[in-house]
Design a protein around this ligand. Sequence first.
Ligand SMILES: [Ca+2]
Ligand SMILES: [Ca+2]
Ligand SMILES: [Ca+2]
Ligand SMILES: [Ca+2]
Length: 303
Amino acid sequence: MKLRLTNPHASVIQYMLCIGIVPACTSVPLRDIVPPSNTVALLIKDYCPSAKNIFVDIFTSNLSAIWHEPGYENDTDRDGLSDKIELEENVIRDFNISATASDTNNDGYSDFVVVKGGYRAFAQSTFPTCVLPNQDTDRDGVSDCTERFIRIDPEYPDSDYDNIIDLLELRMGTNPLDQNDAFQDMDDDGATNYDEIRNNTPLDVSNDDYINTYSYQYTIETVADKTYGACYNIRIQNIPLVDVTNGNLIRVFVLEKDAKERMHAHSVTLVVSASIDLNLTFIAHGVRDQVIDGKLLAYELEL
Ligand SMILES: [Ca+2]
Ligand SMILES: [Ca+2]
Ligand SMILES: [Ca+2]
Ligand SMILES: [Ca+2]
């Protein structure tokens, strides 16, 4: 069941209301505690913020997976909708989407926008023309076309100034236009929405031993002082992989603020085959919006 709102921010507000194909914000029995069968770690060595910028925080997301009650589910096309949702016959029929294409009708607006906004197939032809579907001016992982369409800021990675970038608010279920929701605790489990997004735990199911096995672990070490700020070694451990055919795409966002307190987002993207059978640590040197191809194993590994 979908609730269709007429408010111009409807598609944004709906995220927060947990409205979707599944019942909203309910508690359901959890699976037996089985830790992820495979995890990877990423060590970012010698990350130095741009001159005069200060390091704010780091966020990680395996874009090939998404929490969808009751578990951590595959998202083969990395659009923020689980395969489970996108393989439901009524959803395919109503929304004209698929589990293997993030933008099934190729109009520049992802299946996520279509489903979360409640735009059924007949309504999608009314969307504004998107000329540059891959343009992402603020580097927050959400295209300019989409940001304009859902009325968030395409030129600023954190539209509501709560230090969580727009992509992760959309994927995880907070409202990218509500500055107050970051430090609320939607599921009353003692972890703020901010911490849940940072650590990869669901906002609408109380954390328990099963969920905690999926929680990222961060270690941030200051390695050198510079005239303006410091440099860091950042280790992210326990990044769970899922078994998808096209590899897991893991993106780590590093947020900086400049002297005028403006936020800037940079990222490291790691593409790693789900078939690797070791718990590896990949190493990135700095954060330069680089992509590391974990299929080739042609980069530095810490074993
Ligand atoms: Ca999907
Ligand atoms: Ca963007
Ligand atoms: Ca935000
Ligand atoms: Ca919580």
